[in-house]
Write a protein that binds this ligand. Sequence first.
Ligand SMILES: Cc1cc2nc3c(=O)[nH]c(=O)nc-3n(C[C@H](O)[C@H](O)[C@H](O)COP(=O)(O)O)c2cc1C
Length: 176
Amino acid sequence: MANLVISSSLNPQSRSRLLALIAFKTLKNIDVSVDWLDLADHSIPLCDGDSTYKNSKVKELREKIQNAKGILFAVPIYNYDVNAAAKNLIELTGDAWANKVVGFLCAAGGKGSYMSVMNLANSLMLDFRCLIIPRFVYSTGEDFEEGEVTDPNVGDRVSELAKELDRICMALSKQP
Ligand SMILES: Cc1cc2nc3c(=O)[nH]c(=O)nc-3n(C[C@H](O)[C@H](O)[C@H](O)COP(=O)(O)O)c2cc1C
């Protein structure tokens, strides 16, 4: 089973997408099978809890998620939460997330929103029994300049998280 890196920012100059790309390259470099999903490349409806589940693009994204064992979810922090696009994806794809190993790569404006991803983490644990990796990458505007990650610690932490995802997924796949 492949892993999946999801970039959920719709901003063309997204910082969390830079984190997602580092994670994707790290997994490729250690020969881990990994797929890529950038929500900015897909036009999907807002979840209405009804007919939107039948949307063909939604079905396509759902399948990508279902096919993954581990998922690294790159999210922008908006209003002390993940952005609406990230939450909408989960509302639309629901139980495709069941039993996934999930890690978070966060881009925020400042340090004060550090806990913002926890609502989503709780929901993934409680609704879909996801195993949340207790090693988040939380970055702020200070860690980037001119479309690049400038703080080497951030790049290192993203790579560590990607390797941790692989380590946990491999360990779980060896379970009888
Ligand atoms: C609508 C909106 C709400 C935001 N709310 C917060 C917030 O609550 N806390 C924070 O630290 N940064 C906040 N920010 C700053 C973003 O987290 C920051 O710009 C980050 O880089 C967004 O991720 P992205 O570059 O991947 O899109 C907000 C930005 C926008 C546009």
